[in-house]
Design a protein around this ligand. Structure first.
Ligand code: PEP
Length: 249
């Protein structure tokens, strides 16, 4: 069965609650489609107003992070249960900005992935190599390590439901998109890795996005690749262009 495309915006640390509602209003008709899942991953403080603002539309809401414990003395953190109760369906885990600036390691990310599943959230697990790693020729070794570590103890049925986002770090927010060939090659490599760890059914079911300077001009070619099931979009998700990315065909 063909995999349904999933196109998610990662708003990062942008948009105050009132700006977020205004953006939902601007994008509402532009992102309407029956052909793909559309998700806005928004800052924690925007979740409640954005859930309200997208009610009755085709847009689902995602969080940009969660904490792996159920509840308790973890000042500043947000639990999976809180996200679910607020109406969140997806959660980004392991974005390179969190791996880098907040020193989130694979062991922690594995706990977050498992916590997301426990609460009924769908993880969008990010992976990707630095420019140095690409130049050293270790891209796929590095990504396989990330995938294997982050999915330790995760079942095949869970993997079939989740999303993996391949995001080369050198392409995020830089305007440098991976070539279609580079993006397809790594997304296929990730699918092969899932087939090795699990089985071919699981590998065929898991949705794999490309992320890294996706825009209205390159989305169609990227998303037409056999192993690219949509995109995780940063900068361009904050503009009317996101509608063109969602309706890329
Ligand atoms: C991202 O933040 O996940 C991302 C891919 O950003 P950008 O599209 O701006 O490169």
């Amino acid at each position: 069965m063909a995999r349904r495309k999933i196109i998610a915006g990662n708003w990062k640390m942008n948009m105050t609650p009132s700006q977020a509602v205004a953006l939902c209003d601007t994008l509402k008709d532009l992102v309407a489609t029956d052909e793909a899942d559309v998700v806005y991953c928004v800052p924690a403080i925007d979740i409640v107003p954005v859930v309200e603002a997208v009610k009755g539309t085709n847009v689902e809401v995602g969080a940009e992070n969660l904490y792996f414990e159920d509840k308790g003395a973890y000042t500043g953190e947000i639990s999976a249960e809180m996200l679910v109760d607020a109406g969140v369906k997806y959660v980004i885990i392991g974005h390179s900005e969190r791996r880098d600036y907040f020193k989130e390691c694979d062991c922690l990310l594995n706990k977050k992935v498992k916590q997301a599943f426990k609460a009924g959230l769908i993880p969008i697990l990010c992976c990707g190599e630095s420019l140095e790693q690409r130049e050293m020729g270790v891209t796929m070794d590095w990504i396989r390590l990330q995938i294997k570590s982050d999915l330790t103890g995760v079942t095949a049925d869970q993997v079939k439901e989740m999303v993996i986002a391949y995001e080369p770090i050198w392409a995020i927010g830089t305007g440098k998109t991976a070539t279609t060939g580079q993006a397809q090659e790594v997304c296929k490599g990730i699918r092969d890795c899932i087939a090795e760890i699990y089985d071919t059914d699981t590998a065929e079911a898991v949705r794999i996005q490309y992320g890294g300077s996706v825009n209205a001009g390159n989305a169609a070619e990227l998303f037409a690749q056999p192993d690219i099931d949509g995109g995780l979009v940063g900068g361009a998700s904050l503009k009317a262009d996101f509608g063109k990315i969602v309706n890329y065909k």
